[in-house]
Design a protein around this ligand. Structure first.
Ligand SMILES: *Cc1c(COP(=O)(O)O)cnc(C)c1O
Length: 236
């Protein structure tokens, strides 16, 4: 067993090649272009040195799930095209720190957080890209709003001058057979279609769904962003 952070350069390169291949294959099988799919490399628990190696190997979007950890890892100067995404549940009192650090906050799931982010973004007069996170499996201990709350939250985001909602994010329940996650990803795609019908002026082009264990199913259902940690960096 390889300890977190102990993966060597060769293994990292092989993992990245393999993930690219799987993304291409999954895209081709559903008649999509792999160009339309962005890999967000989830670097939580892994050191900055591995991030730098992954960046040198061509990845430029990274995901973290804790503000404090991300601050330590990404606080210094970054390559100008490196994009950092917040993918973990966010406390309202960390809104200010989060907007200073992340290029996109994927985990907006409640009214109080919309308000805290808008307040913090207004104070520094910046426009923040966000996604609305939906709890696809209605799992009690998971974050994300329920689908029936989505439209109200989208309306609040549309009304927030310093937030720009770019799409939806979801996590499928962990199932023994990854193929069985497809209906959950389909639900997110259909929810986006519903919202776009109701609110034709909002551009929800991003569907962030799929992780190491289930990203092929998510791509088959239209994922534009897949969040991949262990398949790239190794076991956590
Ligand atoms: C950790 C995490 C991932 C990546 O998980 P892997 O199974 O390691 O690919 C993706 N999305 C979220 C929200 C996560 O917290």
């Amino acid at each position: 067993m390889i300890a977190a952070g102990a993966i060597d350069h060769g293994a990292l390169e092989r993992n990245i090649d393999e993930v690219h291949e799987r993304v291409h294959l999954a895209a081709r099988e559903s008649g999509r272009s792999a160009e339309a799919i962005t890999i967000v490399a989830v670097s939580k628990t892994f050191p900055r040195t591995l991030v730098d190696e992954a960046y040198a190997l061509g990845l430029s979007s990274f995901g973290e799930n804790r503000v404090q950890e991300a601050k330590g890892k990404y606080g210094g100067p970054l390559p100008s095209d490196l994009r950092l995404h917040m993918i973990g549940s966010l406390q309202s009192n960390k809104a200010k720190a989060a907007i200073g650090l992340f290029d996109r906050i994927e985990s907006v799931d409640r009214m109080s957080l919309v308000e805290a982010l808008e307040h913090a973004a207004t104070r520094v007069d910046t426009l923040v890209s966000v996604l609305l996170q939906v709890n696809l499996g209605r799992e009690p201990r998971k974050s994300g709003c329920f689908p029936e709350q989505a439209l109200e939250l989208i309306d609040a985001l549309i009304g927030a001058d310093h937030l720009r909602v770019d799409g939806l994010m979801g996590i499928a329940p962990l199932l023994p057979n990854a193929h069985d996650t497809r209906p959950y990803f389909r639900e997110l795609r259909l929810l986006r279609e519903d919202i776009c019908r109701e609110r034709p002026d909002v551009d929800l082009s991003v569907l962030s769904m799929g992780m190491s264990g289930d990203f092929e199913a998510a791509i088959a259902e239209g994922a534009t962003h897949v969040r991949i940690g262990s398949a790239i960096f190794g076991a956590r």
